[in-house]
Design a protein around this ligand. Structure first.
Ligand code: ATP
Length: 134
């Protein structure tokens, strides 16, 4: 079994999609290990997106993820990292396949509703950052 870190970004909360998105993860068979609604500041956003801080797209991404409450969670299950990436779909909601979360609900490459760790190593780092007690 494996753990992964997931964010339901502020657009998911604002649009009232938290329940529908969580239902997809739970229906798949993933177990919720931790879940908390939080509002983060710029320094916390920089810590999470350390690998993107220098990228051109980062300043508006930072504004977006600090714009309102988000939901942070840890999911557990067989190959959870890849399974969540597949459920989330491609980064750009306009290109994400129908049937994925982004493909069904997002029309944006920034406001794409969800984040999922991109590797088991990233998952370890992100879980330690967001849920140090786990
Ligand atoms: P995530 O890490 O959130 O699961 P991802 O791995 O599909 O998404 P990354 O390339 O890691 O995508 O980018 C992180 C986030 O930055 C994306 O989810 C999106 O919100 C934003 N982003 C990425 N590329 C762009 C871009 N070209 N323009 C605007 N926002 C972008």
């Amino acid at each position: 079994t494996q753990r992964t870190f997931v964010l339901l970004k502020p657009d998911a909360v604002k649009r009232g999609l938290v329940g529908q998105i969580l239902a997809r993860f739970e229906s798949k068979g993933l177990r919720i290990v931790a879940l908390e609604q939080r509002t983060i500041d710029a320094a916390q956003a920089d810590g999470h997106y350390a690998e993107h801080v220098e990228r051109d797209f980062y300043p508006p991404l930072r504004d977006f993820v600090t714009s309102g409450p988000l939901v942070a969670l840890v999911l557990e299950g067989d190959e959870a990292v890849q399974v969540v990436r597949a459920l989330n779909g491609a980064t750009d909601g306009r290109q994400a396949a129908p049937g994925t979360i982004r493909g069904d609900y997002s029309l944006s490459n920034r406001e794409n509703l969800v984040h999922g760790s991109d590797s088991p190593e990233s998952a370890e780092r992100e879980i330690a950052l967001w849920f140090p007690a786990l």
